[in-house]
Design a protein around this ligand. Structure first.
Ligand code: CU
Ligand code: ZN
Length: 199
């Protein structure tokens, strides 16, 4: 009996301690992040509900065959953007941004306006402090003219706040973004465009 009880008791005690430890640790961080999330969600409409999704269907523009789908999902550190694009010239690099107006009606997509820039920042690379919220890394087409990319965008949200992608447009450019030229990155014409909607 003793031989069974002692290990059992030790096990129970250890389990309680472990559970107590990890339990309190978890609930502390979980409740603080939950509080933070609900606080920012209820703080006016700067809501960025984790898991919220949006998507855009890219349509060919400027006489190209470039098309694709782009999805956005809210995560704790930003918005996870995933894109699958087809119909690009093989082995080419293209500027890729969120633009301010959800209007792709013009044949050259100029109706989408400039880069989405709610923070009033200069144009730049998304990994540096100064960049438009809508600035994303260039995309590269493979030998078949397809590009698949995924990036965590630190300055966007999916929701109703000022930085939300919903109601904006995603644009693929003819040329690479040099991440320097103001305010466009000198990425040339617009070869595909899609309006971002909640999904
Ligand atoms: Cu652009
Ligand atoms: Zn920009």
């Amino acid at each position: 009996m003793k031989q069974v009880l002692i290990p059992l008791a030790a096990c129970v005690a250890a389990t309680v301690v472990l559970a107590g430890c990890s339990g309190s640790g978890k609930s502390a961080s979980a409740s603080s992040s939950a509080t933070g999330a609900s606080a920012s969600a209820s703080a006016a409409s700067s809501s960025a509900t984790s898991g919220a999704r949006a998507a855009a269907a890219l349509q060919p523009k400027s006489g190209t065959n470039t098309a694709g789908t782009v999805t956005f999902q809210q995560q704790p550190g930003g918005v996870l953007m995933t894109a699958a694009i087809t119909g690009l010239p093989p082995n080419t690099v293209h500027g890729f941004h969120v633009h301010e107006k959800g209007d792709c009606s013009a044949p050259d997509a100029m109706s989408a306006g400039g880069h989405f820039n709610p923070g009033g920042k200069p144009h730049g690379q998304m990994t540096t402090p100064d960049h438009h919220a809508g600035d994303m890394n260039n995309i590269t087409a493979d030998s078949s003219g397809n590009a698949r990319v995924s990036m965590l965008l630190p300055s966007l949200s999916v929701g109703t706040g000022a930085n939300s992608v919903i109601g904006r447009a995603v644009v693929v450019h003819k040329d690479p973004d040099d991440y320097k030229t103001q305010p466009t990155g000198n990425a040339g014409g617009r070869i595909a465009c899609g309006v971002v909607a909640a999904s």
